[in-house]
Design a protein around this ligand. Structure first.
Ligand code: AMP
Ligand code: ZN
Length: 479
C-alpha cells in the first residue's frame, strides 16, 4: 500500500482512499504569468508519481489541478513559515503586472503560459489531470462559497468593503504548519501592525474590493466589484471537482503557510468537516547552489534543456534520483549525467528482442515497493542501475523489465521500439537488433553518416534495412 509523508500528521501515513479503489488528488497548479521553471516542475511531478504508483496497484486516480489566471499579489506571501503575518493584499497583482509590461491583456497572457505549462508537463511525461480548471472561470463558485462562509459566521465584510475570513472562528488553525493563531505576530505594514479594515491581524481576504484604477480581472458581486483573495480559488475548485473528501493535496513546501493553512480553514469551515485527508509537500529545488530567481539569473526552464539538446525526460530522471522531501541542488552536470543514463537504458530496451515473459517480476515488485514507500524513487533508480549493469542477466530480461518499470518511471524508455522494427518475417538475432537500435538512435539525432555506416554493417551481415514513414524495415538480403 502507498505510504506518504503527511505534513499535518508529521509522519509517513498509509494512503487509504476514502472511496475504495478511487484516489482523489488536488494539486496546486501554476500561476500562469510566466513559464514554470524546473523547480516548479519538480513539484508538479509529485501528483504524477503518486498517480502512477496508485495505478500500478489497480486504483483509479482523479487529479484536479488549478490554473491560477487571476493572479496573486506580488507580495502576498506573508512572512513564510516564520509565523508573522504580513497582510500582503496591497501589492501589485502578478498577472496584471505581466500584462502591463507585455502590453497585452492579462487573460491572453494567461492562455499563452497555460499552453506552455501543458506542453512542458507533456515533455516531462506528467499525465494530464482530469480537471484543469481556470480560476477566472470559477468565480461564481468562489462567490457562492464566500456567501456560505459569511452565512455560517466564518467571514465578515471589513472596513474597506472587502470580505475577510475570521481566523478565530476555527478551532484548529495551524494544523499543517504548526503556526497557531496565538503565536502569529502582526506584520509591519500598518501602524501598530494591524490592518484597520480587519478584526484580527491573522484574518485574510476572501474577496477584495477593487480600486477604480483596476479594469482587468474584476467581477461584480454582492460585495461590489472586486477580485478573489489568494486561497479561495483552491477551496472552490477542490470542492467542486473532487467533493467533500479528498485523499491527497499536493504543493511545494512554501505553500504550507499561509496558503494551505488558510485554504484548509476555509474548506473545513464551509463543509463542516475535515476535507483533505493528507497534505503532501515537495521540497524546493536549487540550481547550481542558489535559489532560482530572475535577479540571480539562474532560472532554468524545460525549454532551456531542449535548447541544449537534452531530452526533458533526463530532468525527470534527475528528479527521480532524489527524494521529493529533500532539498536538491541540481546542476547541468547532474542533468547531463541523467541524460547519459537515460540513453543507455533506452538503448538496452531497444536492442533486445523481448517478450512479456522475459520480465523479472521480482525486480518490478521491488521498484514498485520503493515507490510505495513514500516515493523512495532514488533507491529504485539505484537498484535498476545495478540490475541493468549486471552482466549475468540476459539483455532481453533487462529490456523487458525496464520497459515494464517505465509505467512507474515515465521515462519513455520504449521510444525507439516502434521506430526500430516495422516488420520482418525473420527472427532477428540480438547483434542485428542492436545495430538496428543504434541506427534508430543515430537517425533520431540526425546523424545520417552514422546511420549509413550501420546500414552497410547490416548489409555485411546479410540484412537489408529500408526507411519508411514510421521507422526502419528489415529483411534478409537476397544472395
Ligand atoms: P507558482 O507558479 O509560483 O504558484 O508555483 C507553482 C508551484 O511550484 C508551487 O507548488 C510552489 O510551491 C512550487 N515551487 C516554487 N518554487 C519552487 C522550487 N524552487 N522548487 C520546487 N517547487 C517550487
Ligand atoms: Zn492552491
Amino acid at each position: 500500500m502507498l505510504r506518504l509523508y503527511d505534513t499535518a500528521a508529521r509522519a509517513v501515513m498509509p494512503i487509504e482512499p476514502a472511496e475504495s479503489g478511487h484516489l482523489r488528488i488536488y494539486a496546486c497548479g501554476p500561476t500562469v504569468y510566466r513559464d514554470a521553471h524546473v523547480g516548479n516542475m519538480r513539484t508538479f511531478l509529485l501528483p504524477d508519481l503518486i498517480a502512477r504508483t496508485a495505478h500500478a496497484r489497480g486504483l483509479r486516480v482523479t487529479i484536479t489541478q488549478n490554473i491560477t489566471d487571476v493572479g496573486h499579489m506580488l507580495d502576498d506571501t506573508g512572512l513564510g513559515s516564520s509565523g508573522a503575518v504580513d497582510e500582503g493584499q496591497q501589492g501589485e497583482d502578478r498577472m496584471l503586472a505581466a500584462a502591463d509590461s507585455a502590453g497585452g491583456s492579462a487573460l491572453a497572457i494567461a492562455r499563452e503560459f497555460e499552453a506552455r505549462f501543458v506542453a512542458d508537463c507533456e515533455r516531462l511525461g506528467i499525465g494530464a489531470p482530469k480537471h484543469l480548471p481556470r480560476a477566472s472561470e470559477c468565480i461564481p463558485l468562489m462567490i457562492a462559497l464566500i456567501g456560505t462562509l459569511i452565512e455560517k459566521g466564518h467571514a465578515y465584510i471589513g472596513g474597506d468593503g472587502s470580505v475577510y475570513f475570521d481566523a478565530t472562528s476555527v478551532s484548529d488553525y495551524g494544523a499543517i504548519s504548526g503556526n497557531r493563531l496565538d503565536a502569529l505576530k502582526p506584520g509591519h505594514r500598518f501602524e501598530g501592525g494591524v490592518d484597520p479594515n480587519k478584526r484580527f491581524h491573522a484574518d485574510w481576504a476572501l474577496w477584495k474590493r477593487a480600486p477604480h484604477s483596476r479594469t482587468q480581472l474584476v467581477w461584480d458581486t454582492p460585495w461590489g466589484i472586486g477580485f478573489p483573495g489568494w486561497h479561495i480559488e483552491c477551496t472552490a475548485m477542490l470542492l467542486e471537482f473532487l467533493g467533500e473528501s479528498v485523499d491527497i493535496h499536493t504543493g511545494g513546501i512554501d505553500l504550507r503557510f499561509p496558503h494551505h493553512e488558510d485554504e484548509r480553514a476555509q474548506t473545513n469551515a464551509a463543509v463542516g468537516q475535515d476535507v483533505v485527508r493528507h497534505w503532501v509537500h515537495g521540497e524546493h529545488l536549487l540550481f547550481e547552489g542558489r535559489k532560482m530567481s530572475k535577479s540571480a539569473g539562474n532560472v532554468v526552464l524545460v525549454e532551456d534543456l531542449v535548447t541544449r539538446g537534452i531530452d526533458p525526460r533526463a530532468l525527470r530522471l534527475a528528479f527521480l534520483q532524489t527524494h521529493y522531501r529533500t532539498q536538491v541542488d541540481l546542476s547541468w552536470a547532474a542533468v547531463e549525467a541523467a541524460a547519459k543514463l537515460l540513453r543507455k537504458w533506452r538503448q538496452t530496451v531497444a536492442i533486445a528482442t523481448w517478450q512479456p515473459s522475459h520480465v523479472d517480476q521480482r525486480m518490478v515488485n521491488q521498484v514498485l515497493e520503493m515507490f510505495e514507500d513514500d516515493l523512495t524513487t532514488a533507491s529504485a533508480i539505484v537498484v535498476l542501475r545495478q540490475f541493468e549493469k549486471d552482466e549475468s542477466i540476459d539483455i532481453s530480461v533487462k529490456a523487458a523489465t525496464l520497459a515494464v518499470c517505465d509505467e512507474l518511471l515515465g521515462l519513455d524508455l520504449t521510444m525507439s521500439q516502434p521506430a526500430t522494427l516495422l516488420h520482418t518475417a525473420d527472427v532477428v538475432p540480438d547483434d542485428v537488433a542492436a545495430l538496428l537500435a543504434q541506427r534508430s538512435l543515430a537517425r533520431d539525432s540526425r546523424d545520417w553518416a552514422q546511420s549509413d555506416v550501420i546500414r552497410d554493417e547490416l548489409a555485411t551481415l546479410g540484412w537489408t534495412v529500408t526507411d519508411e514513414a514510421g521507422g526502419q524495415s528489415l529483411r534478409r538480403s537476397r544472395n
